[in-house]
Write a protein that binds this ligand. Structure first.
Ligand SMILES: [Zn+2]
Length: 228
């Protein structure tokens, strides 16, 4: 576990960008033809993996996550993830999704592998919360307990902008050593519980395009505050 934590600190996103910029500067300075028009921007773009939690879909079955009547967590997480992808791409980020439909056999290890193999700068997992108390509501952002500054800032800014964009009850940033995708990804990672599917009013909002857009906007603003 300690090796895992040390790796996180070494692989902070800002230093990666700085080195990329320095390398581009050196190449540009040494050869007038090396810096092509469409090559350098692409190299500098941060790489973000969006992980839509769970994997049920009508045609494939699989893991629905939490369920409230006809509302399935896996459906809302995918819809939010797609809206977030659109915004992040519009803002110049390179984005990879762990799933784009109801891939039912996608394990947590495979989700982490996608991000680790790609060398992503940031991993964002989208979930809906559930509780026995039907009145529980609001949004919270989770990060691994012992992490570097970038991850802390990412979690803080995502939570802050998510609340500002949605007006949801602020349940704050929470830390854990238990969540698999936070433990086994090698880059700054957050898991966002965007709201409670078990709260009937919040459940309906979480499955509406209008509210999903607000969530995506908030998360995107939080990312932009840190990965710039
Ligand atoms: Zn979930």
């Amino acid at each position: 576990m300690s090796a895992n934590i040390a790796t996180r600190k070494r692989r902070g996103a800002p230093s990666r960008l700085l080195w990329s910029r320095l390398i581009v500067c050196v190449i540009a300075a040494s050869s007038s033809t090396a810096n092509t028009a469409n090559g350098s921007d692409d190299e500098l773009a941060y790489k973000i993996v969006i992980d839509a939690g769970h994997g049920w879909a009508k045609d494939t079955g699989g893991d629905p996550g939490a369920v409230n009547g006809t509302y399935y967590e896996s459906v809302a997480t995918l819809a939010i993830a797609k809206k977030l992808k659109t915004r992040l791409v519009e803002n110049g980020y390179k984005v990879k999704m762990t799933r784009t439909a109801g891939e039912k056999d996608l394990t947590l290890a495979e989700r982490c592998k996608i991000a680790n193999d790609w060398g992503a700068d940031c991993f964002i997992s989208i979930h809906l919360n559930a509780a026995a108390n039907k009145d529980a509501k609001g949004a919270e952002t989770w990060r691994y307990a012992n992490v570097g500054t970038t991850t802390k800032r990412l979690a803080d800014n995502v939570q802050k902008q998510l609340i500002a964009a949605t007006g949801a009850v602020n349940r704050g940033v929470k830390t854990t050593t238990a969540f698999y995708v936070l433990k086994h990804t090698k880059m700054p990672a957050v898991l966002i519980e965007t709201g409670f599917i078990s709260n009937n009013a919040e459940c309906k909002k979480l499955h509406s395009a209008a509210y999903q857009n607000k969530i995506a906007e908030g998360i995107c603003k939080g990312v932009r505050a840190v990965l710039k």
